[in-house]
Design a protein around this ligand. Sequence first.
Ligand code: AMP
Ligand code: ZN
Ligand code: FE
Ligand code: FE
Length: 283
Amino acid sequence: MQKTADLHTHTTASDGTLSPKELIELCKKENISAVAICDHDTAAGAAEAIKCAKDCGVEIIGGIEISCKFSGEFHMLGLFVDVFDQSFLKACRQLEEFRMRRNMKMIENIKNNTTVTADDILNASAKRDISHIGRPHMACALVDKGYANSITEAFEKYLSRGKMFYEEREKFSIKESIDIIHKAGGLAVAAHLNHSVKNFADLDALLKILKGYGIDGAEAYHSSMPDYYTKYMLELCEKYDLGISAGSDFHGKLKDAVQLGKTYGEKPISYDIVRKLKSRMKK
Ligand code: AMP
Ligand code: ZN
Ligand code: FE
Ligand code: FE
């Protein structure tokens, strides 16, 4: 049987619904050999998994997903990072502070305009921690109190950029994020560019800029990335000598259509992707 992997997953350290330990158990059940835990703006999930997973038979890859300054959304994955590195942890504390300040403002907006309370929002997460919760937890609380019929609708009506309860968050630039990841020994990989860029000419131009910044790779397979986009990503990765990554972006129940270890069309992820990315670390 071919070895498989997943290089983009979330846990209860951010907006996933499985704890790091539960995620490892699911990897074992699904026969997934390696998993990168890439929580939003924190490596706490990966660190917890590494601590509790010694000799469990699943390779845990230290990871993070950093939201960067960009005209729209831009997420940078750090893969193979040393999640115990002191300067990396300092950067993570700063990211958590950025998130906490944004969350406080958004919770205030929600409280002032609905019957949803701060407690309702915190209770939608497992950790109840203001510096780790995200908009999906706000969406859950809004749905629970009847302000929207689904998480997607809550985003469309209230939480997406420019909508009623939205607040901007301080962010590191793309270049700063790449440098943070490199200093911690990791590979900087652009996540799901299909969320950031629709036009292929713009995608080519962006990857050229990212390469100049020192990026190592990009996701060419993701649960939301249609095959035609994957095809173009593979061409551009070749053109700019970028590593190819693949991840489901598993969040557990929060995005229940996404399966662990699977990308678009329920394609499994070969462990060869991990092997090839690792070879880039030694360059
Ligand atoms: P945050 O980092 O707290 O701003 O929230 C980011 C999370 O919200 C990510 O997991 C996204 O997948 C999720 N998200 C962003 N936009 C939407 C949307 N329109 N519908 C559902 N989830 C979304
Ligand atoms: Zn998420
Ligand atoms: Fe993302
Ligand atoms: Fe993600």
